[in-house]
Design a protein. Structure first.
Length: 294
């Protein structure tokens, strides 16, 4: 095993971890302000992929398709918060969880009815080739995933730390009642969290669709389950924890499935990490609590 092979595996692991991070961060943000597990986020992820595909076919412009999908998916997330979760805030959190599971199932059936049960190709030639550097051959889409993730998370950091919107979200995550007394519009802040997290999920979904040249109704199922595990591993509500856990899972999956003789699937590795972290550090890697203040 030479350095070029290791370098290639490292980049592959980084791209995989970036994909996991894009959906796990959204779940961590939503849990941070509402203390609910947004299971239907996996359905929002799939919606972003289908919207990107249809917009790309209709316009022929990938930039338009990516931007349009992110915006429409963001509004879809905001509508879910307003129409589904907001009326349930006064009820026990288990009610919102059950509603989220039901919404996820409904979205999956809706996609099957509209798009059909078969996989649809998402071929974007500019990202279908490979790049070679210092003996390392990496798919172009991996570079797009890594670069896009860095750009999105940098923008997210700026919004959260340097804008009034971000201040409001961080205040609500710390104490919604105190934020309301300070004059912060709590409902608007929560809705913005859903909008941002859904936009990020749409970007990740389109990148995954191009990576595997496939869009299908259940493409969000397993990555959604892993994202739920990741926010536990990272620490409930912790954005840095979710990112760290996603990257660790990406590297662990890549190297264990490539070099280990232990016959573990990628899904089993994620669940094994979850069990180990719960046993060793129940509060997660970066502790328990809202990640916005850290």
């Amino acid at each position: 095993m030479n350095g070029a092979v290791i370098g290639q595996q490292l980049l592959n692991a980084l791209a995989l971890g970036s994909v996991y991070a894009m959906i796990a961060v959204g779940l961590a943000m939503i849990y941070g302000v509402m203390r609910i597990l947004h299971i239907a986020h996996a359905g929002v992820f799939v919606a972003g992929a289908y919207l990107g595909l249809y917009l790309f076919k209709a316009s022929g412009s990938f930039v338009f398709a990516l931007t349009g999908s992110m915006l429409i998916t963001g509004f879809l997330g905001a509508m879910i918060e307003q129409l589904v979760y907001r009326p349930m805030l006064a009820k026990p959190r288990i009610v919102a969880l059950i509603a989220s599971i039901g919404l996820f199932i409904c979205l999956s059936d809706l996609f099957r009815i509209i798009a059909g049960p078969f996989q649809l190709p998402f071929d974007y030639p500019p990202l279908s080739g490979q790049l070679a550097f210092a003996g390392v051959t990496i798919p172009k889409v991996d570079f797009a995933i890594i670069g896009g993730t860095l750009g999105i998370f940098a923008l997210l950091w700026f919004i959260m730390q340097k804008t009034r919107i971000g201040f409001g979200i961080r205040a609500v995550a710390q104490d919604a009642d105190a934020a309301k007394m300070m004059g912060i519009n709590v409902d608007r802040s929560i809705q913005m969290v859903f909008f941002l997290s859904s936009m990020i999920a749409a970007f990740g979904a389109i990148m995954v669709a191009i990576l595997y040249n496939s869009v299908y109704t259940s493409m969000g199922d397993m990555i959604g389950y892993k994202a739920l595990a990741l926010i536990v591993i990272g620490g409930f509500g912790s954005i840095p924890g979710a990112i760290l856990a996603a990257l660790l899972l990406g590297f662990t999956e890549t190297f264990l499935t490539t070099y280990s003789v232990v016959p573990l699937s990628r899904e089993a590795i994620a669940m094994l990490m979850l069990v180990l972290v719960i046993l060793i550090r129940p509060q997660g890697l970066l502790g328990k609590g809202p990640g916005y203040a850290r």
